[in-house]
Design a protein around this ligand. Structure first.
Ligand code: GCW
Length: 654
């Protein structure tokens, strides 16, 4: 048992003057390779010089010690009182400040840690108010990252190096990155992590790996982060040689029960399982004639006594003739109300697959009797990998413009984190990790506000820099949609790698629903996927008002036009251009935007350290070339059907 210590920590500080401005100056042009993220550098020698007075009365847990350490390292202001009060346990906190002191109050240790990070955030973004009173409560209880990390160190759709988890060294050697990762997550409220790929190796549940998982869980725990695992539904067969993985089979149930007991023995606060079943070749309950609900409930009942959960993915589609956009709905909607209470159905934001832009997945408005969670993709599988600067908060906000916050119980994000020095491959990709955390904490935060916070903490508070670069970030998603897939086009990526364009990709022996031609359907009459009542009728899965809106070519928002309709090349758009001219203009607009980003960034040189300035400049060059590649490839290919000229005033294809 941990020895309970009651102490009051009073560390005296001789100089209490506000050093906010000074801290900013120090951080702005210092060499920075991005490894520091948005958090204050830990500087033990400076801590001694400037340690503020911090008091806390109560049981000193590891979590509270971290909070005190962070404050001692970076807070430059009034004395601080950390106070734990009685009441309903939440992750929320209150910060109140007066001339003389600041008080952070919460009912939990982790709430005090979150309060600490919040205080440092407001200090670093330059808005510390002497008489403030802030109350923060996270909107979602579960704020979770999904790592698609394989046990061999590779990451599926990862573009920032190898996996952070050094499986071969664990549990004996613990990389310092584990703590830094936990610290970064805690600073933005992320409280869960699924360590391994949803295409799960059964090995993760072996005795050997569970010990490694335990070592990571021990490091993350004080930061308020619980560990979860993706599991392979056929694990009983693959690990222990059972002849079946049928969820209703007694032996199978017994196998999972024993496994779960073993896990909780090692990791008492283990979070639960994430399951990709009967999707893209993964095993699942349907292999035995059972439903997704039967599969999920079997695991859920076993996890329930431990308060564990099951996150069951609804990302399913098969090689049938029916529209891929309809398949998850057809399979999952009839199961509404059948899932056990500790099952969350995890649904990707759109009905196809993390495309640059998609309408929302209609399952979100069709399963009122189930607990749903949304899966966003932070890693930029379809958005230029770690080469393109694309700020994703506007994309996620677009989802929430259609799906009210309360519809989902939790948010998962497919992580973009790897072993690269700068964590995410592109300095600006860190903004997406940051924004994901902030949105799971408070989905009403605006993308502008989040970008503002991130820029100030990561680069500098210099107003000219913040305004100009925020402007780039805010326009970056729309720019990428324009130079890749404007007006509702989707999935016209090169086969396999999902980086560049290959709208012409068409092979006889490849599944139809993996071919771009299946999605854009360009022919001499027009372009686009008819999902209205005269086509696949996917529009019928939306509530009536939206079904009518999307189903009618005249009322369908133009950003989704080619998602829902096959449109004649000479169709008149709202601005009176023909569809073809509008398509050309959109691609061109995307390219010009990236050129504009380059110009703005070049002017930022005085405000940014050389290393990061050059890194971003180089990435923008790649992005700019790629944008031209996309424009030229798509327009020249589609022109073979439209047989119309590219408007005079636009840049010619190379
Ligand atoms: O988008 C597709 C990806 C796969 C991924 C799958 C999924 C983990 O291309 O790499 O597999 O989605 O989400 O399961």
């Amino acid at each position: 048992m941990t020895k309970i210590k009651y102490l009051t920590i009073i560390v005296c500080l001789s100089n209490l003057m506000s050093l906010v401005a000074q801290t900013r100056m120090e951080s702005s042009l210092k060499e920075n390779d991005g490894s520091q993220l948005w958090l204050p550098t830990i500087n033990v020698s400076k801590m001694k010089e400037k340690t503020p007075q911090i008091s806390y009365q109560g049981k000193l847990s590891k979590t509270i010690s971290i909070a005190i350490f962070e404050l001692q390292n970076a807070w430059r202001g009034q004395p601080i009182i950390l106070e734990k009060t009685r009441g309903k346990k939440t992750d929320g906190f209150t910060i109140s400040s007066s001339e003389r002191q600041i008080q952070i109050v919460s009912t939990t240790d982790v709430g005090l840690l979150y309060g600490t990070y919040h205080l440092l955030r407001i200090q670093n973004t330059g808005i510390v108010d002497k008489n403030c009173s802030i109350t923060e409560t996270p909107f979602y209880e579960l704020r979770i990252l999904n790592h698609w990390d394989n046990l061999d160190g590779t990451i599926e759709r990862g573009y920032a190096g190898k996996s952070l988890w050094n499986w071969s060294d664990l549990p004996d050697t613990l990389s310092p990155h584990y703590k830094e990762y936990a610290r970064a997550n805690a600073s933005i409220g992320i409280n869960g992590t699924v360590l391994n790929n949803v295409n799960a190796s059964p090995e993760i549940l072996s005795d050997n790996y569970l010990k490694k998982v335990k070592a990571l869980a021990n490091i993350f725990r004080p930061y308020g982060i619980r560990v979860y695992l993706s599991v392979n539904f056929a694990s009983p067969i693959k690990l222990s040689g059972l002849h079946t993985a049928d969820p209703l089979n007694k032996e199978v149930i017994q196998w999972w029960k024993k496994k779960v007991d073993q896990i909780y023995d090692l990791i008492p606060d283990f979070g639960g399982f994430l399951v990709k079943a009967n999707s893209e070749g993964q095993p699942g309950p349907c292999d035995y004639g059972r439903t997704h609900a039967e599969g999920a409930n079997m695991l859920a009942k076993i996890l329930q006594p431990y308060h564990g959960i099951v996150m069951w993915r609804a990302f399913v589609y098969h090689a049938t003739n029916d529209d891929r956009a309809k398949q998850a709905y057809l399979e999952f909607q009839p199961l509404d109300g059948q899932f056990h209470k500790n099952v969350l159905v995890q649904i990707k934001n759109g009905p196809i697959d993390f495309q640059p832009r998609e309408p929302y997945n209609p399952l979100f408005s069709a399963m009122p009797n189930s607990q749903l969670m949304v899966e966003f993709q932070i890693t930029q599988e379809y958005l230029g990998f770690s080469n393109h600067l694309v700020y994703l908060a506007p994309l996620w906000k677009e989802f929430f413009a259609s799906v009210p916050f309360h519809t989902v119980k939790a948010i998962a994000g497919v992580a973009n984190i790897g072993s690269d020095k700068n964590w995410c491959g592109h300095h600006f990709a860190q903004a997406n990790w940051y924004a994901f955390g902030r949105i799971t904490w408070n989905p009403s935060l605006s993308p502008e506000k989040i970008a503002d916070e991130w820029l100030k903490q990561t680069f500098t508070n210099e107003p000219q820099f913040v305004t100009s670069v925020k402007n780039i970030m805010m326009q970056s998603h729309e720019a990428a949609v324009n130079y890749m897939m404007p007006l509702g086009l989707h999935h016209i990526f090169a086969g396999e790698h999902h980086y560049g364009p290959e709208p012409w990709y068409n092979m006889l022996n490849v599944r139809q629903d993996w071919l771009p031609v299946y999605y854009h359907k360009a022919d001499s009459a027009g372009i686009g996927f008819n999902r209205s009542s005269t086509g696949s009728n996917a529009t019928a899965h939306y509530p009536d008002s939206l079904c009518q809106l999307y189903g009618n070519i005249k009322t369908c928002p133009e950003k989704y036009l080619l998602w829902f309709h096959h449109v004649p090349w000479t169709y008149r758009m709202k601005n009176n251009r023909t569809l073809w001219d509008e398509l050309c203009n959109s691609y061109d607009k995307g390219v010009q935007k990236v050129r504009f980003f380059q110009q703005v960034w070049d002017k930022m040189e005085p405000h940014v350290d050389t290393r990061r300035f050059k890194d971003v400049q180089t990435k923008l060059k790649i992005q700019s070339r790629d944008a031209v590649w996309w424009k030229d490839a798509c327009l020249l290919y589609f022109q073979t059907f439209s047989r119309l000229p590219i408007p005079y005033e636009l840049e010619r294809p190379i």
